[in-house]
Design a protein around this ligand. Structure first.
Ligand code: F6P
Length: 551
């Protein structure tokens, strides 16, 4: 890679896109009347059927976006990522989450070593562990099998596992529950530990760095809960060995915590936290759904990786969706992007995507340190349909803001119909399809009048239409399809970061708050000089706390 990032705003394609945006008059009614447009705008990536036709685009815009990718060298940067180049420049690291889902026998070099054998060695250990817990062979300190696995982690060490655990609920083993503690708010641990039996509870401490305050605090709290609960008759060291395993890149720190290194699963610094659900960070998930299903999840990721790596730009779904986001963000003024899964099981998917996209692309400088000269990083948000329809869709339909939205749905319901059941899934999908149609076509004042609406209500009941959506469908929400969806958004995020010239793989923006929390904590605890060192607003907040905290 060259030493400096390209400023995208200086490219010819950027100038062309600016020109196209200035003259752009959206006409989705016209575009959707053209079956050829819809056919050409509908792509396949692995099992995902992606209809881009309801976006605010023209063939000229597509061409200019692809020209932008070519001028920036998006494909070269993609190839550099897959080849193990140190594209995470501020941390001096390769970015190889794609190696985590390579099949055995593939070769991926990082810093002179083929990393695939090590990936599969760890996977084999994770799978063996998962099998032991699932079969009851793994027992706690009093000899009882495990009934509950509690994952302790935060950010990428929590959001991916919990999202996938929820998404793949039908694939979980009966009688084996998983819970997830992430927040340092003590109520999180209290709630999640509530009702659990220490004898049958196993903790998975998940932390890439094994230095994260929240996770270590919660892990200590859980260790005390366990030892108190097991009572004095149980050997403490043995209890921790049988009830605690760890996932980390810092295995020395795992040992310092008292966890047997034999019960630790490693991964590598070339896996970013928000890209790690497919590493050993997925251990809790592997216990829940079993090794076979976990392997299917990885195969789904890999299928999307292969699509992204090999499909030409005009067929490349993640690249196209990333470029589309550039168009909306930088040329049409969108600030946010909604992700609306028509699947209750995907209820944590938008939250997961928030870390993936916003921690990756919420940057104001490029990877060479130069300031960006255009907007980056949209706000991603969403909720499952149809719940969102009765909450915030009003703003998407009739508000003043442009909000591109991805709708995600499945041809098959998660649970098969029994004889005589009403097929509610069809009604569910009807809502999905109707919403994208309503957003695209809107309703003109004349159409409103034709319904006999009083003239004074016509403006309020008019829908402008021309509100962009992408429809993503798959046969069913299987482990493989979930892997494909996650990888799709990883590569969309990559494409946007590549165009903006930013390092999508660091997260320095979370550091300052962490540092200051360590300075504020003693002030709250009563240290006079620490309190004096605070600004007047922070002192006021601490005073309020001291006055109102009950003994
Ligand atoms: O605070 C940001 C962050 O570093 C995320 O990137 C990461 O996923 C999370 O904290 C948890 O970090 P760790 O896995 O090292 O505990």
């Amino acid at each position: 890679m060259s030493a400096s990032a390209t400023d995208p705003t200086t490219t010819d394609a950027w100038a062309r896109l600016t020109e196209l945006a200035a003259g752009y008059r959206p006409d989705l009614r016209g575009a959707l009347a053209d079956a050829d447009w819809v056919r050409k705008s509908t792509l396949q990536a692995a099992d995902l059927h992606v209809d881009l036709s309801k976006n605010l685009l023209t063939p000229d815009v597509w061409r200019a976006l692809r020209a932008l990718a070519a001028e920036i060298g998006v494909e070269a940067r993609r190839d550099a990522m897959f080849a193990g180049a140190h594209i995470n420049s501020t941390e001096g690291r390769a970015v190889l989450h794609t190696a985590l889902r390579q099949p055995e026998g593939a070769v991926v070099m990082a810093d002179g070593d083929d990393v695939v054998p090590a990936v599969h060695e760890v996977l084999a250990r994770v799978y063996a562990f998962a099998d032991k817990v699932r079969s009851g062979e793994w027992t706690g300190a009093t000899g009882r099998p495990i009934a509950t696995v509690v994952n302790i982690g935060i950010g990428g060490s929590d959001l991916g596992p919990v999202m996938a655990y929820e998404a793949l609920k039908p694939y979980r083993q009966d009688g084996l529950e998983c819970r997830f503690i992430s927040n340092i708010d003590p109520t999180d641990a209290a709630e999640k530990l509530s009702g659990l039996d220490p004898e049958t509870t196993l903790f998975v401490v998940s932390s890439k760095t094994f230095g994260t305050l929240e996770t270590l605090t919660n892990a200590r709290l859980c260790r005390s809960w366990l030892l108190d609960g097991l009572g004095a008759g149980v050997d403490r060291k043995d209890a921790v060995a049988k009830h605690f395993v760890a996932v980390s890149t810092a295995l020395d720190k795992v040992a310092d915590f008292g966890i047997d290194p034999d019960n630790a699963f490693g991964f590598w610094d070339w896996v970013g936290g928000r890209y790690s659900v497919d590493s050993a960070i997925g251990t809790t998930l592997a216990v829940a759904i079993g090794p076979e299903r976990f392997a299917e999840l990885l195969a789904g990721f890999h299928a999307m990786d292969e699509h992204f790596r090999t499909a030409p730009l005009e067929q490349n779904v993640p690249a196209q969706m990333g470029l589309l986001n550039i168009w909306y963000t930088n040329f049409l003024g969108a600030h946010t992007h909604a992700v609306l899964p028509y699947s209750q099981y995907l209820h944590r998917f938008p939250a997961y995507l928030q870390q993936l996209t916003m921690e990756s692309n919420g940057k104001g400088v490029r990877w060479d340190g130069s300031p960006v000269t255009t907007e980056t990083g949209e706000v991603f948000w969403g909720e499952p349909g149809t719940n969102g329809q009765h909450a915030f869709y009003q703003l998407i339909h009739q508000g003043t803001r442009l909000i591109p939205a991805d709708f995600i749905g499945f041809a098959n319901p998660a649970h098969a119909l029994k004889d005589g059941d009403v097929d509610v899934h069809e009604l569910f999908l009807a809502n999905f399809f109707a919403q994208t149609k309503a957003l695209a076509f809107g309703k003109t004042p004349d159409e409103v009048r034709a319904e006999g609406t009083a003239e004074r209500l016509v403006p309020a009941r008019t829908f402008t239409g021309n509100r962009p959506t992408t429809s993503i469908m798959a046969p069913a929400l299987t482990p493989s399809v979930l892997g494909q969806l996650i990888a799709l958004y990883e590569h969309i995020t990559f494409t946007q970061g590549a165009v903006w010239g930013i390092d999508s793989f660091d997260q320095w923006g979370v550091e300052l708050g962490k540092q200051l929390a360590l300075q504020v904590a003693p002030a709250i605890a009563g240290d006079r000089s620490a309190l004096d060192a605070q600004d007047a607003s922070t002192q006021g907040l601490i005073d309020y706390y001291h006055q109102h905290r009950k003994a």
